[in-house]
Design a protein around this ligand. Sequence first.
Ligand code: PHE
Length: 345
Amino acid sequence: MEKELQQIKETILEEVKKIKDSQVLRDLELKYLGRKGELTTILRGLTKLDGEDKKKVGALANTIKNEIYTVFKDLKSSIEEKGREEFVDVTLPGKKSERGHLHPITLIQNELEDVFSSMGFMVLDGPELESEYYNFEALNIPAHHPARDMQDTFYIQGNETEKGAGGKSDLVMRTHTSPVQVRAMQKYGAPLRCVAPGRVYRCEATDAVHEHTFDQMEGLMIDENISISNMIAVMKELLKGVFGREMEVRVRPGYFPFVEPGIELDIKCTICGGAKCPSCKHSGWLEILPAGMVHPNVLRHGGIDPDKYSGFAFGLGLTRLAMMKYGINDIRLFNGGDLRFLKQF
Ligand code: PHE
């Protein structure tokens, strides 16, 4: 009998080791400790023993029974504990994750890219760290030319060998997207239709309408017999695409060394409706679209024959356009990182 008890204890302990879930544990409990369980049956057999034997075997049986009970109890609570850790209440309402959204400049850039794609323009990229050659020289602004002072430039240490620059060329943060004009001409030749949106940099004091970092979109169209009327038509289409209606505009002569003739296209200030405010420098109008016919020297730098081809170019102020469209009265908001501002778009 003692042997039998030891035997069953070992079997139980052996089987218990393999258990990982509570159902199997319950089955095992029933098998050994239930009313008809194996251990219970042996214990019941104790009554048939007599005297000393009963005492001795009874004590052993009790110890083994308690031992087995403890093992079952511990195992049960450890399985329950694990179950609690893994429990996921799928009926709980989820945490609302905030969705990101596009920056107002990106929104307006995307809209314009669509307008221009529909007119057969490619969308191009150019480097923001640009050579002086492409930023100035190739655009008909030679070194020491007073026109270099029109744009306050961040000069960067270092230089680069540029095709056409006749050697090394210093580096600048591009002051406009116009350098992409000559890059595009050299790469694709004529005829050519492209826009090039991107960031530009000027060493300027900051106020409601000036920022050191802002966005432009360059436009360029070159073909045989391109005239100013083509230019005006495309620019009108562009403004209609952005504002969804015909815009009130005025055209003034403008000077840029890389176009001849050059013009400035202004739109009626959308902040004050022409009543004059700080956003339009109290003029009622906003300079938004400088443009002109590409200068023959620029075509030559791009490897295009000015006797055969002509073209127009414009440099749209994307940042300013976004201000007009959304009625934003301070340019510093765009890169200011204030989420209260950005979340409105
Ligand atoms: N690049 C000029 C500027 O930023 C704008 C411009 C582009 C003017 C193309 C004419 C033609 O000031």
